[in-house]
Write a protein that binds this ligand. Structure first.
Ligand code: PLP
Length: 425
C-alpha cells in the first residue's frame, strides 16, 4: 500500500484505492522493521502516531531538493518550497472539507490552535460576565487556555455533565445556556481517555441555537475518522499532525472565514503583515495573517504526505479498523482479573482503551509491559479533571491506528496477565 499512490478522491471517508489490510499498511512504517531485542508493540498512537515512509521521504525530499524560505524568494527553489507548503494547505482543506484553503491556519499543534482562538477571538469578544461551556473530558489543552482567560476577566466556566458510562449528557446543554451568557462552547470530538465519540453536530446545533460560537478539539478524531467541518457546522476546529501520521511541530486551525477575517492576529512578526511603519502595521490577508515568522515548512510538506496517505487508506476504513480492534481489545482485556475499562461500549468509542487494574499502579502496568516491548501510556493523559471525575488517580491506556494488529492486543493481554501474577490481589 505504497503511499506514493496518492488520491484526493472523496477527502474524508473516501473509498480506498485498495482493500484495507493492516499488515500491508504496517509494512509502510519503517519503525516496525527496525531491529530490536523484542518486536515493537506500539499501543500509544493516541499520544503520537508512527510515520509512514512516504512522510519521511517527502520531508527528506524537500530538504534535499528545494529547501528555501517560503513566500519570500523569487528564485526557483523558493517558489517550489512555497508551492509545496501551500499544496499542503490545499490538501488539509480538502481533507477537512473546508470551503477554502484560506480557512486553514497552520500552527504548531492543536494546543496552539486553541490558544490562537483564546487570544485572538476570546480576548476580542469575551467580556466580564460571559460564560464558556466546556466538558469534564477535555485534554488540558482545551481547559488551560480558558482558565487563563477566565482569570483575566470575570468569565464563568460551565461543564456539560458526564453520564455513568463516560459520555456527555447533551440534554443538559440547553439548560446550561438558558441565561444567554454562554458565548463559547468548546469540546473534544473524541476523548483521548474514554474514546467517547461526542455528537459534534448535535452539540454545535444546540450551541448555535443559543447564540454561542463553537470550537471542536479534533486532535483525536481528525486522525481516525472521516471529519467534515462543514457537516459538523462548528466555527473552529483544531487538529494536530503528529497524531495523523504526520510530523511533530505542525497543527491546524480551521475557522470560518468571516470569523477569522474579523479577528486580530495572534502573533506578530514577519510575513503576517501587509505594511509596517515604525509605529504601526497592517495585517496580511488570510491565512497568512495568523502565520507569523518562518513556519514549519518541512513539517507542512510531511503533513501533506500524511494526508495523502490517509486518503489512500480511506478514513472510513481507518475508523472501521479502530472499531474492530477496540471491540476485540475490550473483549480480551476483560479476561484480566480486576481490570476495569473506563468509558463507553466499543460501538460508541474510537480506538482507545484506558483501564485500571485493581492493586496495580498504572505506572507498574506500563513498566511490566515495557519489558515485553509493549508501549502503553500510564498516568492522567493530560486529563486530570476527567480522572478526578471518574474517581481514579490515573489509568493505563492502549490506543491504536491503521498499522495496529490483533496480535498486538494478544501480546498486551499476555503482558497484563504477567503483571497480574507479579502483583497478585
Ligand atoms: C484530545 C486532545 N486534545 C489536544 C491534544 C493536544 O495535542 P498537541 O499536544 O499536539 O497540541 C491532545 C494530545 O494528546 C489530545 O488528545
Amino acid at each position: 500500500m505504497s503511499a506514493t499512490r496518492t488520491s484526493d478522491e472523496g477527502a474524508a471517508g473516501s473509498a480506498p484505492a485498495a482493500p484495507f489490510d493492516p499488515r500491508v499498511v504496517r509494512a509502510d512504517f519503517p519503525i516496525f522493521a527496525t531491529a530490536r531485542e523484542k518486536p515493537l508493540v506500539y499501543l500509544d498512537s493516541a499520544a503520537t502516531s508512527q510515520k509512514p515512509r512516504a512522510v519521511l521521504d517527502a520531508m527528506d525530499r524537500y530538504y534535499a531538493t528545494c529547501n528555501a524560505n517560503i513566500h519570500r524568494g523569487v528564485y526557483r527553489i523558493a517558489e517550489e518550497a512555497t508551492t509545496l507548503y501551500e499544496d499542503a494547505r490545499r490538501r488539509v482543506a480538502v481533507f477537512l472539507n473546508a470551503a477554502s484553503p484560506r480557512e486553514i491556519i497552520f500552527t504548531r499543534n492543536s494546543t496552539e490552535a486553541i490558544n490562537l482562538v483564546a487570544h485572538a477571538w476570546g480576548r476580542t469578544y469575551l467580556k466580564d460576565g460571559d460564560a464558556i461551556v466546556l466538558t469534564p473530558m477535555e485534554h488540558h489543552s482545551n481547559l488551560v487556555p480558558w482558565h487563563l482567560l477566565a482569570a483575566e476577566r470575570r468569565i464563568e466556566l460551565r461543564f456539560i455533565p458526564l453520564t455513568g458510562p463516560g459520555e456527555l449528557d447533551v440534554a443538559a446543554l440547553p439548560g446550561l445556556m438558558a441565561d444567554g451568557r454562554v458565548k463559547l462552547v468548546s469540546f473534544v470530538h473524541v476523548s483521548n481517555v474514554l474514546g467517547t465519540v461526542n455528537p459534534a453536530a448535535e452539540i454545535t446545533r444546540i450551541a448555535h441555537s443559543h447564540g454561542a460560537t463553537v470550537l471542536v478539539d479534533a486532535s483525536q478524531s481528525a486522525a481516525h475518522l472521516p471529519l467534515d467541518v462543514r457537516a459538523i457546522g462548528a466555527d473552529f476546529v483544531a487538529c494536530t499532525a503528529h497524531k495523523m501520521l504526520g510530523p511533530t511541530g505542525i497543527g491546524m486551525l480551521w475557522g470560518r472565514r468571516a470569523l477569522l477575517e474579523a479577528m486580530p492576529p495572534f502573533l506578530g512578526g514577519g510575513e503576517m503583515i501587509r505594511e509596517v511603519s515604525l509605529t504601526s502595521s497592517k495585517w496580511n490577508e488570510l491565512p497568512w495573517k495568523f502565520e507569523a515568522g518562518t513556519m514549519p515548512i518541512a513539517e507542512a510538506v510531511g503533513l501533506g504526505a500524511a494526508i495523502a496517505y490517509l486518503q489512500t487508506l480511506g478514513m472510513a476504513n481507518v475508523f472501521a479498523h479502530d472499531r474492530e480492534l477496540v471491540a476485540y481489545g475490550m473483549e480480551r482485556v476483560a479476561e484480566v482479573d480486576g481490570l476495569k475499562v473506563l468509558g463507553p461500549p466499543a460501538d460508541r468509542r474510537g480506538g482507545v482503551i484506558a483501564f485500571t487494574i485493581e492493586g496495580i499502579h498504572p505506572h507498574d502496568i506500563a513498566t511490566v509491559l515495557d519489558d515485553d516491548g509493549i508501549c502503553v501510556r500510564a498516568g492522567h493523559h493530560c486529563a486530570m479533571p476527567l480522572h478526578d471525575a471518574l474517581g481514579v488517580p490515573a489509568s493505563a491506556r492502549a490506543s491504536f491506528h491503521c498499522y495496529s494488529l490483533r496480535e498486538e492486543i494478544d501480546a498486551l493481554v499476555a503482558g497484563l496477565q504477567r503483571a497480574r501474577k507479579l502483583f497478585p490481589r
